[in-house]
Design a binder for this molecule. Structure first.
Ligand code: ITT
Ligand code: MG
Length: 203
């Protein structure tokens, strides 16, 4: 029985991770499933630093295969903000709605052609022996003028991926899971997991 600990408390993210991880693990559990009292302060300057911090903290406590995802939205017209601050962009106790409202306010005078943005996802996987692997995915798109759709989580209602005219929250989760920043990071992670678990014999 092979178990994966996912160092996240974000339910929307956790749901996608469970859909994207494939069949390498018999059981996939998140912090909300086993210990939601663990509090990790994300004070890194980059997605890589924060993902590493989350993964190391959980691996050190449990010594089991661990995955962390640090992600966020970089808006060109805001010089890449909110970026690593995406979760805390509107304050510590703000909701997804608060963050979206703040973003649309900041962009209210920015015309359609200047509303380019990208979602970024960095995954850190630590295997049973403590070896560390990192992958990254980027999905480019544009920020809409108002929130649309009910699917997904976070900034999905205002993000229109390139090649589509609907937001991530209007698109089917299957489509998001084919083209998203997280999907791209998982494509590479699954190659690594394939090498670790299919070709190795003593993991
Ligand atoms: O740290 P954990 O516990 O995993 O959960 P979190 O929500 O704090 O996650 P991050 O620190 O990685 O911050 C990511 C922020 O970017 C948002 N975000 C990340 N991926 C997203 C996606 O696919 N769709 C919409 N918003 C996303 C998310 O809602 C957060 O506000
Ligand atoms: Mg976080």
């Amino acid at each position: 029985m092979r178990k994966l600990l996912v160092a996240t408390k974000n339910e929307g993210k956790a749901k996608e991770i469970k859909q994207l991880i494939g069949s390498y693990f018999d059981d996939v559990v998140t912090l909300n499933d086993f210990d939601s009292s663990i509090n990790i302060i994300e004070d890194g300057r980059t997605f890589e630093e924060n993902a590493l911090k989350k993964a190391k903290m959980i691996y050190t406590l449990f010594r089991q295969p661990t995955l962390a995802d640090d992600s966020g939205l970089e808006v060109d017209a805001l010089g890449g903000r909110p970026g690593v601050m995406s979760a805390r962009y509107a304050g510590e106790n703000a909701t997804d709605e608060d963050r979206i409202k703040k973003l649309l306010d900041e962009l209210k005078d920015v015309p359609e052609e200047k509303r380019c943005a990208q979602f970024v996802c960095v995954l850190i996987f630590i295997d049973q022996q403590g070896r560390i692997y990192q992958t990254k995915g980027i999905c480019r798109g544009k920020i809409a003028f108002e929130p649309r759709g009910e699917n997904g989580f976070g900034y999905d209602p205002v993000f229109v991926p390139d090649g589509f005219d609907r937001t991530f929250a209007e698109l089917d989760s299957q489509i998001k899971n084919q083209i998203s920043h997280r999907a791209k990071a998982f494509e590479n992670l699954k190659k690594i997991l394939g090498e670790i678990y299919n070709e190795g014999t003593c993991n």
